[in-house]
Design a protein. Structure first.
Length: 486
């Protein structure tokens, strides 16, 4: 077995793309190496898995250069892999441009503008505008309009055609306003779903530095004055970005919330959906109890209006299902959760519903203090297919056993055994996210102190001051409760 990055790229190709790519590299315009075509045909034999006992470096080299030195063969193989990967990237870029009518025509428009072929660029601009006018409203359409407007503004500036009607927009182009939003859209989405906590901090720093080159106050004023739908969407995106990068983002949170609540009918459903997700995420990352209440308010709206049902990603559906469940139990909205359980479960994929229903029961029964039923659901749940679920199920198991130990003391040994197993799980680096590792270690420390007290080995608690957002300080609350009883 071999691990070449070119194979990872080729795995992503559809069968028709594999055939098309072979023609692409056979063209003398793109490639002059006959051995590269031969090498691709060899690899193609193992498509789509690229997993076979004959797919090894040694066997590939033997087929490429019979009877020559192995060292030369390795150099050749590296060269061919590098060249094939480069052409693969070129092919998918070419296909992205060529197969999408807007991308193809907008790219031509941009190229003509850069070459100062102004007459041709103006004609191409009309064509692009016609393509956009035929499309139905969507968030993707707005992003395409932003890209088109950016190029159009640069063309007008280069031709010194400053029309009175477009003067405010041209001023915005000079500040690269629209282009800034176009670049940051993917970044803001990445920040909410990224698995590497360290990388999130790095990206936040990059965004902060980038935003400092703009007069944010002036941009907000401009967007608020231009009160049409497109500018309103740009304004909501800017607020979403500022929620992530600002140290004191509450002002922008209120602005975003007010647009959602009082001006939601002026924007499209895609934008409303992304706003809702941003609001719920923001509430979930701050410790204030009033934000937990606000989070529940918006979750209820999202369930009632079916906004979160527009999410297409299976992974994100699972994430927001968990967010809804945990927010409800932590805000003491267990009754609401039970009454709306069917509606909430309909939000996840059918194949995940049985697992999700058990997860729901675990949390509801835990907060209803029906610990035996909660443990029964934990026993029935299948092994989670991702570490975030695995962590929560393990912690809930320990929490249930600890609660039962407080009641009658009979489950103390089981709680200690489960905690030691969890500690081993964390130490073996089964968790990929640094923030989750940190919270797991806090949970282990706090629960260890609690169980020491229950076991009579310690008569006081010295818990860390760090607030465990994952369990909302469950161990600290238990400690305070026991000390009051004592």
């Amino acid at each position: 077995m071999i691990d070449f990055k070119v194979l990872e790229l080729l795995k992503s190709f559809h069968p028709e793309e594999i055939k098309d790519f072979e023609k692409f590299i056979a063209s003398s315009y793109f490639n002059s190496r006959k051995d590269l075509v031969k090498y691709f045909k060899m690899l193609k034999e193992y498509y789509p898995e690229f997993e076979h006992k004959n797919l090894t470096k040694e066997k590939l080299i033997k087929r490429l250069i019979k009877g020559k030195e192995n060292t030369k063969g390795e150099i050749l193989l590296r060269t061919l892999n590098s060249e094939l990967f480069r052409l693969g990237e070129k092919y998918i870029t070419y296909k992205f441009i060529d197969t999408n009518e807007f991308n193809r025509n907008c790219f031509l428009f941009s190229t003509l503008s850069e070459r100062s072929a102004n007459t041709l660029a103006e004609k191409q601009s009309i064509k692009v505008n016609e393509i956009l006018s035929r499309r139905t409203e969507s968030l993707e359409l707005y992003w395409d309009k932003i890209l088109y407007s950016t190029i159009e503004g640069q063309l007008k500036l280069s031709m010194n055609k400053v029309l009175e009607t477009s003067a405010p927009k041209l001023a915005a182009f000079e500040n690269s306003l629209y282009f800034m939003f176009f670049l940051l859209q993917s970044a803001i989405n990445t920040l909410y779903v990224h698995t590497e906590y360290k990388k999130i901090k790095e990206e936040k720093n990059v965004l902060s530095l980038f935003l400092k080159s703009f007069d944010i106050k002036k941009i907000i004023e401009f967007l608020e004055v231009e009160n049409d739908k497109e500018h309103k969407i740009l304004l909501t995106i800017l607020y979403r970005i500022l929620l992530v990068v600002e140290d004191e983002p509450y002002f922008y949170f209120d602005k975003l919330k007010n647009i959602f609540l009082y001006e939601g009918d002026t924007i499209d459903s895609d934008t409303k959906n992304t706003m809702m997700v941003s609001i719920i995420n923001f509430c979930g990352t701050h410790k204030k109890l009033d934000l937990l209440k606000e989070k529940m308010e918006f979750i209820k709206i999202s369930i009632q209006e079916g906004i979160l049902c527009t999410i297409t990603s299976q992974y994100m559906k699972q994430i927001y299902f968990k967010i809804i469940v945990k927010a409800a139990v932590l805000a003491n909205e267990v009754e609401w959760l039970e009454n709306n359980s069917e509606k909430i479960l309909s939000f996840v994929e059918p194949k995940d519903r049985e697992h999700s229903k058990l997860y729901l029961c675990i949390w509801i029964n835990f907060y209803k203090k029906d610990f035996h039923s909660s443990l029964s659901s934990i026993a029935d749940i299948s092994k989670p297919d991702n570490y975030t679920y695995d962590i929560e199920i393990r912690e809930l198991n320990i929490m249930n056993l600890t609660e039962l130990s407080i009641i009658d003391g009979r489950n103390l040994e089981s709680a200690l055994y489960a905690l030691n197993a969890y500690k081993k799980f964390v130490n073996e680096k089964n968790i990929e996210n640094n923030q989750w590792i940190r919270l797991s270690k806090i949970f282990i420390y706090e629960t260890s102190e609690l169980l020491k007290y229950l076991n009579g080995k310690d008569n006081k608690f010295e818990l860390e001051k760090i607030y465990n957002v994952r369990t909302r300080g469950w161990a600290k609350d238990k400690c305070a409760e026991l000390l009051n009883i004592a």
